[in-house]
Design a protein around this ligand. Structure first.
Ligand code: DX5
Ligand code: ZN
Length: 212
C-alpha cells in the first residue's frame, strides 16, 4: 500500500518540516485544502502553500474540502498534482467537475464523508481515477479512525472487480500502525499526525510500511 502524508497537523516550522517529510519514503504529499465554508477549518492561502511546497519532489495528492470548487481547481492545478479530489457532498454537477479536472490532464478523485451512503458514488465510478474514503469527519488531523469506513473499502473493491473499473481506493483519517492493518486492501493510506507528531518521520513511515 502507498502512503500519502498529510502535513495538516504540523504547527511550527512548516516549510522545514515539509522538506523533511519530502525526504522520507512516502509516495505522495497529501495537500489538504479547506475554505472555512465546506468545513469549519481554513487552511493557508494558495500562494503560501505553493511557496512552502516549491522544493518538494514527491507527487502531490490534493484534497479539496471547499465549496467554490472550480476556483480551487484552477489554483491547485498549478502544483501539477497527480490527483485532485473533490467531495460528493458538494451537491454540484460532479460529472462536469470531473471533466474539468481531467481537461487539465490531472487525475480526478471523489471523496466521501463517513455519514454519506457509499451508493451515491455509483454514477461516477466508471469515470474517476480515485475514491477517497474519509475515515474521520473532514476538517482536522489527529482524530480517531471510524470503523464504519471499512465496509466502504470492500464495496468499492467488489464494484471495481465486477465492472472492470480502474479507480484507486484511498483512505484518509486516523491511520496509524494499527489501523493501517484494518484497511490493508486499500491502495493508498493518507497519514498525518501519526507521522508528523513524531520527531522521526522516517521511523513512523517504516512502521506503517512494515505493518503491511
Ligand atoms: C482531515 C484531512 C486528513 C487529515 C489526516 O480533514 O482530510 O487528510 O489531515 O490526518 P490524521 O492522519 O492525523 O487523521
Ligand atoms: Zn485529506
Amino acid at each position: 500500500m502507498k502512503i500519502a502524508a498529510s502535513y495538516l497537523a504540523i504547527t511550527d516550522n512548516l516549510e522545514e518540516n515539509i522538506n523533511l517529510l519530502d525526504n522520507t519514503t512516502i509516495d505522495y504529499i497529501h495537500v489538504d485544502v479547506m475554505d472555512g465554508i465546506f468545513v469549519q477549518n481554513k487552511t493557508y492561502d494558495y500562494e503560501y502553500i505553493e511557496s512552502i511546497l516549491k522544493n518538494t519532489k514527491k507527487k502531490k495528492d490534493v484534497h479539496l474540502m471547499v465549496k467554490d470548487v472550480y476556483n480551487y481547481i484552477d489554483l491547485y492545478s498549478k502544483l501539477n498534482p497527480e490527483y485532485i479530489t473533490v467531495h460528493i457532498e458538494l451537491e454540484q454537477n460532479l460529472l462536469d467537475v470531473i471533466k474539468y479536472i481531467k481537461q487539465k490532464k490531472i487525475k480526478a478523485g471523489i471523496s466521501i464523508n463517513p455519514g454519506t451512503y457509499i451508493g451515491k458514488l455509483d454514477p461516477y465510478l466508471s469515470c474517476i481515477d480515485l475514491v477517497l474514503i474519509m475515515s474521520v469527519e473532514p476538517g482536522y488531523g489527529g482524530q480517531k479512525f471510524l470503523d464504519s469506513s471499512i465496509e466502504k473499502i470492500y464495496y468499492l473493491i467488489n464494484k471495481r472487480k465486477e465492472n472492470n473499473y480502474n479507480y484507486v481506493i484511498e483512505v484518509d483519517g486516523g491511520i496509524n500502525d494499527e489501523t493501517i492493518n484494518i484497511i490493508d486492501k486499500a491502495d493508498i493510506a493518507v497519514v498525518g499526525s501519526f507521522i508528523t507528531n513524531s520527531d522521526d518521520y522516517q521511523k513512523q513511515v517504516d512502521k506503517l510500511k512494515n505493518n503491511q
